[in-house]
Design a protein around this ligand. Structure first.
Ligand SMILES: [Zn+2]
Ligand SMILES: [Zn+2]
Length: 321
């Protein structure tokens, strides 16, 4: 069970993660809004006692000041100028709905707080267990979460992968021992990879690996079939469309044996893609299969605040396309 995190505390102090990482806050504190550009050093010291990296830090700060002047950091949600790179403005930050509350132990769908101390699985998972153990997401899918994901995917704002990974990383620690994990980005079919030039899930997995130290394997899972859009399809039809879309790499069983495989993707919409991928990974001899995404479509009835317009859901957003 994941624990609620005080957003104000996160915003003000940054976070300390399982991997010992401390990162810059994602939303500005009042003091940071007017923070001067500081020279940074590598911290190493030469024999004469002078900081070896000081001049490099000064140069870096000067170069950054020039870049900041020309391209000031902008909020990834709405585009207004903010104090630090990859930082939300207060309006966008406060509109994000963080999925930190009680949830189903199998599919991670939010559960009413009234169920705390009661069953930890939702009705759907009790009726039919999904092929994974835990599918947390950092935030509920809403206008800001959607914009961030779209700008990464179609706007080539690849730096957004780091922002997303920062908010996803603490959920990784709730899934188990980081050292036993293997991050597996949901692969794109080679034609889509060729046309887009990158796989956004792989970029996020790279950043998660960098932040947490969890190992990753981009080639364990292959996408062997290009799939049609899942928009407007029922659950059975969606599952049929993505069935057979994935396969294990030739030596996948050896690479996955005994590991805790964690699928990584940008958006968890219907879950059909994650289920299909997890079923294939489940046949690899892995000890456990989970998944982690940036944003998840959560039924309005399960949201306690920040209710958004689900009609704005776009077919182009479904990463399952
Ligand atoms: Zn904003
Ligand atoms: Zn469930």
């Amino acid at each position: 069970m994941r624990h609620a995190v005080a957003l104000g505390a996160m915003a003000g102090r940054g976070e300390k993660r399982a991997g010992g990482l401390r990162h810059a806050p994602l939303v500005p504190s009042p003091a940071m809004l007017h923070k001067p550009v500081m020279a940074t050093t590598t911290g190493d010291v030469e024999k004469d006692g002078a900081p070896a990296g000081a001049w490099r830090g000064t140069l870096r700060a000067a170069a950054r000041a020039v870049v900041d002047y020309a391209l000031p950091p902008r909020c990834p949600g709405c585009g207004i100028i903010v104090g630090e790179d990859r930082q939300f403005c207060l309006t966008c930050w406060s509109s994000l709905h963080f999925l930190d509350g009680p949830c189903c132990s199998r599919c991670s769908i939010p559960l009413p707080a009234a169920l705390l101390g009661g069953p930890t699985m939702c009705g759907a998972c009790l009726a039919s267990a999904p092929p994974f153990e835990g599918v947390p997401a950092a935030v509920a899918y809403g206008p800001v979460a959607r914009t961030v994901a779209l700008r990464l995917k179609y706007g080539r704002r690849t730096g957004h992968a780091r922002l997303m990974a920062r908010l996803m990383a603490r959920h990784l620690a709730t899934l188990g021992d980081i050292d036993a994990m293997l991050l597996v980005p949901v692969p794109l079919h080679r034609w889509r990879l060729w046309s887009r030039g990158f796989n956004q899930a792989a970029l996020i997995a790279d950043e998660l690996a960098r932040l947490t130290g969890a190992p990753r394997d981009h080639h364990l899972l292959l996408r062997t079939k290009a799939t049609a859009s899942l928009r407007g399809k029922g659950r059975r039809e969606r599952d049929r469309i993505v069935a057979g879309a994935f396969a294990l790499a030739g030596d996948g069983k050896a690479r996955a044996a005994g590991r805790h495989l964690v699928l990584v993707d940008d958006v968890h919409a219907s879950g059909a893609t994650l289920r299909a991928a997890a079923r294939v990974l489940g046949r690899s001899g892995a000890a456990q299969v989970s998944a982690l995404t940036w944003a998840r479509v959560v039924p309005e009835a399960l949201m306690t605040s920040n209710i958004f317009d689900f009609a704005s859901l776009d077919s182009d957003m479904a990463s399952e396309g």
